[in-house]
Design a protein around this ligand. Structure first.
Ligand SMILES: Cc1cc2nc3c(=O)[nH]c(=O)nc-3n(C[C@H](O)[C@H](O)[C@H](O)COP(=O)(O)OP(=O)(O)OC[C@H]3O[C@@H](n4cnc5c(N)ncnc54)[C@H](O)[C@@H]3O)c2cc1C
Length: 744
């Protein structure tokens, strides 16, 4: 028998919650949408056998060349590489029924109403002859067109004069690419991405217990000393400190806990279970997509272990705003304490190939670079799949470190609890927080979350102190829902906007292997002399988070490009943004909405980072270098620029000039953010911010915020450690306050 691939660990299934009972699209809308998505990811067949209504027909010789390329990329241990190649070519977006279900989830659950209505209206217009003529140039609706015409219509949208059409092209191609990659087995087979990280040893998690409540009409009332909303990085640190100081602590989290034997989740389920709004959150103008953890352990459950301490120039900037804590020994003490608890160190890092290339490229260019400390508790951690949860428990995120400490000190937990509002009593002109009101949804009859909750119950948690740790996108909304009027709430949102750059190398990189983010290049981090600029870092290389950004020109090109991922090294140019946006509640259903358009100033810095990344790829011998700017051709190395030559090569320099000249064209270009900060910023005086220097919400008693939303501005470094250190200090202050004045 041929050597079949082995996978020693098989995580438990994580079925998704039920879809809304009402279909979000009419049959006609589905027909049009799937006709479009099946043109983005079409079946490619040889002319001799293709049905041109459905398939993209290519010359038989072109088909054979494509099969041969894909066969060469398929892992050696695949028993039938030819079949794998053909399976990928002949796959199309809606072939697997999971594709349509995933789109239903997106339209029915995640898309804000106005965006959904906008997109559905376009589908309706495309279904009429007049509308079709206006948008596609044909009287025949796109859903009736053969595959190659549908493809050419999409191509024409990419270059349309009308920005709305270019944006439509981006939205629809990203939607189709991402949903297909999440669902299809054919691409994974050719890529050879294993289901779990190579060599992963399953870890033993902490045995959590969660409060259960009987059904009932009246709100259940729970009393505690401190209630913490959100179990993420800020919330978990606060829980440990306050519980260990002897106070009764209750952590209330809207997401559910998954034991580590569910990790890493599949790409299809991980985005849904572990991210806010299924990771489908974009700015009102569509130019920035945000990913934020919504999980037991918050962002700490899905993040990438990078544990950098706040840099001096940022601390000085914050101190200069009247917040001397940031240059004090106490802050350093908090930074060291959280790093100590999580075993943060560079000692055990094994740089994977992508990180080696970044470090070595920077070295050859004479640029400052260093390894990034990891919170892996003294273990070598190779969890390139941590975005969907860490099955080895080597990553010492909140679920492995701080929350178990809190539990051992007596803290209690509720999962599935959505905090709707903070409850206040009045003391003169001050509002005194006395608790949190919300809804608890239990697990389903099987103890999972795939069915309807057995019990839904309103709950009032009475407490002497309320700590809001819901993260920068959700904490401001809770404050606003609670009737607080400070106009600063939700403003000053920083997102560390990111763009990516990839290179193709002759060698196999297997970028999903090893640890994700273990190196950083700091050469461009202070481009304005005031601490604004970019860092260059390696990034998560899981197909559904990486390949969706690759430019789509046609179905065949996209599949062939995607299949080369094994040879790709991908990096981010991540910007410490000077300019800000705003979070606010959706007027229809209150979900998170935000305004953010990367400013010209910040875009200039991201561009410098992008060009710098290209130079690193070039000097490290990439045979092809690509941006994710729509329509921007890749750089192809030829004989004139042999691997190892310096960066002065004329053709390469001309390509860099072309990138710079092109710029980030809107609306077809998009940035990404995994770091949201500042939307309840800390300030020395009330009019400038939302919380005071001790984390207390201005104009209130007993109400605190401890999460990344209180950063006075962008942290510049990846924010987890900064956030945890500030929360460490705030929660120690709250503990002292409770001891001094046990009752208000
Ligand atoms: C994919 C990814 C990778 C990252 N990698 C890194 C990295 O390597 N290093 C680094 O420094 N940073 C990283 N970050 C950023 C870092 O994880 C976040 O900055 C950090 O988690 C933010 O912490 P927080 O306390 O503000 O909130 P979070 O950790 O986001 O936690 C907030 C929690 O509150 C819950 N919540 C919100 N509203 C309510 C409500 N109304 N009721 C009940 N619960 C609620 C949410 O469900 C969530 O679980 C990454 C982020 C992402 C998304």
């Amino acid at each position: 028998m041929a050597d079949l691939p082995t996978e020693p660990v098989s995580p438990k299934a994580t079925p998704l919650p039920p879809l809304p009972s009402e279909d979000p699209l009419t049959p006609a809308q589905w027909k049009t949408l799937l006709a479009i998505t099946d043109a983005v990811i079409p079946a490619i067949k040889p002319m001799s056998t293709a049905n041109v209504r459905y398939d993209i027909a290519v010359a038989d010789s072109e088909y054979l060349t494509a099969v041969s390329k894909l066969r060469g990329l398929t892992p050696e241990n695949d028993p039938d590489a030819e079949a794998a190649a053909k399976e990928l070519l002949e796959d199309y977006a809606s072939k697997d029924p999971a594709f349509k279900l995933e789109l239903s989830r997106l339209f029915g659950m995640y898309m804000p109403q106005d965006q959904r209505q906008g997109l559905l209206m376009v589908l309706n217009v495309l279904n009429t002859r007049v509308g079709s003529l206006a948008l596609t140039g044909y009287l025949t609706p796109i859903s009736e067109q053969p595959a190659h015409i549908r493809e050419s219509i999409l191509q024409s949208w990419a270059n349309a004069r009308l920005g709305t059409l270019r944006q439509l092209h981006r939205s629809l191609t990203v939607l189709a690419k991402q949903t297909w990659i999440k669902c299809t087995p054919s691409l994974r087979r050719v890529l050879g991405v294993p289901r779990v990280p190579v060599g992963m040893k399953p870890g033993k998690g902490y045995d959590y217990e969660f409060i259960q409540m009987p059904p009932g009409e009246k709100p259940e009332v729970i009393e505690t000393d401190v209630v913490i909303v959100g179990s993420g990085c800020g919330g978990a640190v606060s829980a440990k400190n306050l519980a260990e100081a002897g106070h009764k602590v209750l952590v209330a989290e809207k997401a559910y806990h998954f034991t580590p034997d569910h990790f890493p989740m599949t790409e299809a389920n991980g985005w849904n279970h572990l991210f806010m709004n299924g990771a489908f959150v974009s700015s009102d103008d569509g130019s920035v997509s945000v990913v934020a953890g919504q999980a037991w352990g918050g962002g700490g459950t899905v993040n990438w272990s990078a544990s950098l301490q706040t840099q001096g120039y940022v601390r000085r900037e914050w101190a200069a705003k009247g917040l001397p804590f940031f240059t004090s020994a106490e802050f350093q003490g908090s930074l060291d304490r959280v790093c100590g608890r999580m075993g943060v160190s560079t000692e055990f890092i094994k740089q994977n190939r992508s990180n080696q290339i970044l470090l070595e490229g920077a070295r050859k260019l004479g640029w400052s670079h260093k390894p990034v400390p990891q919170n892996t508790g003294g273990a070598q951690h190779a969890c390139g799949h941590c975005t969907f949860g860490c099955g080895s428990c080597e990553k010492q995120g909140p679920v492995v470190s701080y929350l178990p400490d809190a539990a051992r000190a007596g803290a209690k937990f509720i999962e599935g609890f959505h905090a709707e509002r903070i409850v206040f009593s009045n003391k003169g002109r001050k509002k005194v927080a006395t608790g949190v009101f919300g809804t608890w949804a239990s697990r389903d009859i099987n103890g999972g979350v795939a069915g309807s909750p057995l019990t839904r119950r309103k709950v009032l948690i009475k407490a002497k102190r309320v700590i809001v740790s819901g993260g920068s996108m959700q904490s401001p909304l809770l404050l606003l829902r609670s009737g607080l009027k400070n106009p600063q709430i939700g403003r000053n949102l920083y997102v560390h906007p990111v763009t990516v750059l990839g290179g193709i190398h002759e060698e196999e990189i297997k970028p999903w292997e090893g640890a994700i983010l273990t190196s950083v290049v700091g050469e461009y981090e202070n481009l304005d002399g005031k601490g604004h600029g970019v860092k260059l870092e390696a990034t998560n290389m899981i197909p559904s988070s990486w390949l969706i950004w690759m430019d789509w020109k046609n179905g065949l090109q996209y599949k062939l490009d995607a299949a080369r991922m094994k040879h790709m090294a991908g990096y981010i140019s991540i910007c410490r943004d000077r300019d800000t946006g705003r979070v606010y509640p959706d007027p229809v259903d209150g979900r998170v909405r935000f305004q953010y358009s990367t400013s010209k100033f910040d875009k200039k810095h991201i561009m410098e980072g992008l060009l710098a990344l290209a130079k690193i790829q070039f000097i490290e011998g990439a045979s092809e270098i690509f941006t994710v700017m729509p329509g921007m051709p890749p750089f192809l190395r030829d004989e004139s620029a042999p691997a190892g030559s310096g960066i002065n090569d004329e053709k390469f320099q001309a390509w860099l000039d072309e990138i710079r000249a092109r710029g980030f064209r809107m609306p077809e270009f998009g940035f990404v953010s995994a770091h949201q900060m500042g939307s309840n910023r800390m300030s020395a005086v009330e009019k400038d911010g939302v919380v005071d220097p001790e984390g207390k919400v201005w104009g209130t008693e007993g109400l605190y915020v401890a999460d990344a939303s209180i950063f006075p501005s962008a942290s510049g470094v990846n924010p987890m450690v900064t956030n945890m250190a500030i929360s460490d200090w705030i929660s120690r202050g709250i503990a002292r306050g409770l001891e001094e004045r046990p009752r208000l």
